[in-house]
Structure formats: structure tokens, C-alpha cells
Design a protein around this ligand. Structure first.
Ligand code: SAM
Length: 288
């Protein structure tokens, strides 16, 4: 009898009326941690991918876009960044990009779920490959709690969190952003993953977070990237800063001299990614 391939698909609801699916070759791992369900799946189109509670986190094929954009925009704006705090980011992709800078001296990574790091080290070596760098210090605790006691301690904070529900909820609050401000040096930069603006529920969270950050930081911008496996394929990042403007202060030549080999980020794109579509500007500028 002819063998028939199983028709297995991963499906994520991007809105009540829209779903995104990837054909799955096999499930490699599935475990319930004290915080969330961790799954690793294999696919032909996106390679290996990792989900938390059924939400897409990282795929081998497009993770470079997210991780390059969450790191290099800030690093190119202020090449003197030495001390970095990363919150969330258990897959290791953000730390991998940061460790490409010899000038970075110290990275604290605060991930609430130790099992995410263990699973990613085993199944996603592409992203988890630099977590053993001697500059990286791992802390397994809630980022909201960790940051409360920090003052004038970091040149850059990157919030690479899950969405604003479940364990990630506290990382989108006024209290958290206020503590980020306090934890940053007087020329510090805060970058956070900012959801998308296309689907209403995500757009509302993005706007809420943006309004909270605008009230604290003198410079507050939003930039964009194309990430095929995230809801709407169009992802936003928040850039908040006490001193540096990401477009005016970019020294493109200085960054290009570093010779960092990227596949998505470049200094032309750096300038362009802050030019947002009109409907997003309108959401950001709305009074209420
Ligand atoms: N790139 C991903 C995305 O936007 O879909 C996010 C990547 S990373 C896997 C997100 C991590 O944030 C998860 O591993 C999760 O455990 C961690 N996290 C969620 N809430 C947290 C908190 N309060 N403190 C520290 N880490 C947290």
C-alpha cells in the first residue's frame, strides 16, 4: 500500500478572523514549564521553530531579522554602549547579536523561565550559541522584579519579551518603564519589541506601551521590520532614549567600519525603518 504523509500543521490565530499556518514535518519536543508550554517543531519552509503557549517565538529562517533589528539599531546609534540588560530573550538570539561587539563589556540577561534556555540550548543552537560568552550573566527571575533595585546601571536595555499577557504582562506596565528609566545611565537607550499595528488587539497594546514610554523619555520613536512569521508579518520596535536620536545621531561610517556581517540590518535601512506608514503614525498620534 502507498505510504501517505501525515497532514500536520501548526496554526496560530492572528485575529479572531485570521490564522497563520506552517506545515509541520515533526514535533521534536514538548514540555510544560512552571510558566508556559514550550514546543519545538520542524518544518520545511521555516526550518526548526519554537513556540510558547502556541505563539510563535523564533524560526530558524526569519529569526535573523528580529534579532538584528532589536540590537543593531541601538548599537549603531551609540557605539559606546558597554553595559547591557536584556529582559526575556531566552532563545539567545539577542545575546548572540550583542556579543558581536567587542566594545560590549557586560550583558545581564534576565529570563523568567530557565526551561526556555535549556530547551533552546538543546534544540536551537543557531540562536542559543553565545549564551556561554564570558560577558553574559544569566539571571532566572522576573524582569519586573529584577529591575526595581537598579539605578544608573546600563547603557542599553532591550526588552525581548513575550506578549502583554501571562508572564510578560508586567513588562508593559508604567512601573516597569519607570524602572527602566531609572536603571539607565544619563545617555541610556531602551528598545522593546512593540507588537504590530495591523490587528486591532495588537495595535492597542502597542499604543498603550508607546504612550507610557513617551511620558518618560525625551526621545521616543517607533521603527519597523518585515518578519514573516509574526502576526501581520510587519513588526514594530520601540526606541526610547535620554539623549541620542536614532536617525540624527547615527554615524553610519563608524558602524560600517566595524565590519559586522548582517543579513537584514544595514545603515541605509536604519534611517528608513523609522519612516512609518501613515496609518501607524495616526495610531501613535491619536489623543485617546
Ligand atoms: N522574539 C520573541 C517574540 O517576540 O515572539 C520573544 C522571544 S523570548 C523567547 C521571550 C521570553 O520572555 C520568553 O522566554 C519568556 O519566558 C520571557 N519572559 C516573559 N515574561 C518575562 C518576565 N516577566 N521576566 C523575564 N522574562 C520573561
Amino acid at each position: 500500500m502507498e505510504t501517505k504523509e501525515l497532514d500536520l500543521w501548526f496554526t496560530e490565530e492572528h485575529s479572531k478572523e485570521a490564522k497563520f499556518s506552517i506545515k509541520v514535518l515533526k514535533q521534536l519536543h514538548s514540555v510544560q514549564s512552571p510558566f508556559q508550554k514550550i514546543d519545538i517543531l520542524e518544518s520545511k519552509e521555516f526550518g526548526r521553530f519554537f513556540t510558547l503557549d502556541g505563539y510563535m517565538m523564533v524560526t530558524e529562517k526569519d529569526e535573523f531579522i528580529y534579532h538584528e533589528m532589536i540590537v543593531h539599531v541601538a548599537m549603531a546609534t551609540n557605539p559606546a554602549i558597554k553595559r547591557v540588560l536584556v529582559i526575556g530573550a531566552g532563545d539567545g538570539g539577542t545575546v548572540r547579536e550583542l556579543t558581536r561587539y567587542d566594545t560590549v563589556e557586560h550583558i545581564d540577561m534576565v529570563e523568567i523561565d530557565k526551561m526556555v534556555v535549556e530547551v533552546c540550548k538543546e534544540y536551537l543552537p543557531q540562536t542559543a550559541c553565545r549564551l556561554n560568552d564570558s560577558r553574559v550573566h544569566l539571571h532566572f527571575e522576573d524582569g519586573l522584579r529584577y529591575i526595581r533595585s537598579k539605578e544608573d546601571a546600563y547603557d542599553l536595555i532591550i526588552v525581548d519579551s513575550t506578549d502583554p499577557f501571562g508572564p510578560g504582562e508586567g513588562l508593559f506596565t508604567k512601573e516597569f518603564y519607570g524602572n527602566c528609566y531609572k536603571a539607565l545611565t544619563n545617555d541610556g537607550i531602551l528598545v522593546n519589541q512593540h507588537e504590530n499595528a495591523y490587528y486591532t488587539s495588537y495595535a492597542q497594546s502597542m499604543r498603550r506601551a508607546h504612550c507610557r514610554i513617551v511620558n518618560l523619555f525625551p526621545i521616543c520613536k517607533v521603527y519597523q521590520a518585515h518578519i514573516p512569521t509574526y502576526p501581520s508579518g510587519h513588526w514594530l520596535f520601540g526606541f526610547a532614549s535620554k539623549k541620542y536620536d536614532p536617525v540624527k545621531d547615527l554615524d553610519a561610517e563608524a558602524w560600517n567600519r566595524l565590519g559586522i556581517d548582517t543579513r537584514y540590518y544595514n545603515t541605509e535601512l536604519h534611517r528608513g525603518c523609522f519612516a512609518l506608514p501613515t496609518y501607524i503614525n495616526q495610531i501613535l498620534e491619536r489623543d485617546s
